[in-house]
Design a binder for this molecule. Structure first.
Ligand code: ATP
Ligand code: MN
Length: 255
């Protein structure tokens, strides 16, 4: 009972915080009845101790801060109602892990959420720094919160780096791309300065947002890898990094 009220009040609080009517509409779309029910259940099970405010409102998902029993959590909730799920088709339909899902929006979103959890697990096992995946239930993904005191670590996009710091981060990103490819059999497929957080304590990158990541069996895996390489090189060119995309693309696959 108490726990449920806490979630409701957290929801009201985050609503009050966002005066913008567009945002209000989005939040209504996130907390539909089935989603609230799962949150209540997770709360009763003790997986979530208290819900916090919104961290981010994206195209397909919202991310919320929450307290877990022993650590801070990030809860990513894919919206069923207002999702532009068509874009998900190209990534999930040709993935051999997901050949049996039915072609309706809810099932695609649920499969997508499970896929993001699995991708995070594979990445973590390969030695890539990602938020620790905790669980996926329908359209809800729970993972470790990467940040401090309810504030997320900054996106790579928003960091100001010295050339040497940038070079070291770049090298780690390339190593992570290689580990993903060689050990996890995965291509991130949406890698850019928008999906990499920087831990300010040691200036190491953290890969996030792996719902669209595909295994190497996906017919477009190499095309996605090439695009990731181009995005990363485009961002780091401002720090004097001038590697050739073809060479980096090869290096990730060969070494
Ligand atoms: P979509 O492509 O469906 O719109 P998205 O881009 O909104 O997804 P993410 O990139 O996974 O979703 O997350 C959005 C933002 O939420 C990130 O930029 C980051 O600031 C924050 N975030 C995501 N995961 C975490 C986490 N585990 N810890 C802290 N902050 C996070
Ligand atoms: Mn993202």
């Amino acid at each position: 009972e108490k726990k449920i009220r806490r979630i409701d009040s957290a929801k009201d609080k985050s609503r009050a915080r966002e005066k913008d009517s567009e945002r209000l509409k989005v939040e209504e779309n996130v907390f539909d009845v089935p989603t609230l029910k799962i949150l209540y259940t997770l709360s009763n099970k003790g997986v979530i101790k208290a819900m916090g405010g919104a961290i981010s409102t994206g195209k397909e998902a919202n991310v919320f801060y929450a307290e877990g029993p022993d650590k801070e959590l990030a809860i990513k909730i894919y919206r069923i109602a207002s999702s532009t799920f068509k874009a998900m088709d190209a990534y999930i339909m040709k993935d051999p892990r997901f050949t049996n899902i039915r072609n309706n929006k809810r099932d695609i979103i649920f499969a997508w959420t499970r896929k993001e959890l699995q991708n995070l697990k594979r990445a973590k096992n390969a030695g890539v720094r990602v938020p620790e995946p905790i669980l996926a239930e329908k359209n809800i993904l729970i993972m470790e919160f990467m940040g401090e005191k309810e504030v997320s670590y900054p996106l790579l996009k928003n960091t100001h780096l010295e050339n040497e710091e940038a070079k070291s981060i770049f090298d780690t990103i390339v190593e992570y791309m290689r580990l993903l490819y060689k050990k996890a059999n995965l291509v991130h497929a949406d890698l850019s300065e928008y999906n990499i957080l920087i831990d300010p304590n040691n200036l190491t990158p953290i890969f996030i947002d792996m719902g669209q990541s595909v295994t190497l069996e996906h017919p477009n895996a190499r095309e996605f890898l090439y695009r990731d390489v181009q995005n990363i090189l485009r961002f780091f060119s401002r720090y004097g990094i001038k590697d050739k995309p073809e060479e980096l693309f090869k290096k990730i696959q060969v070494e």
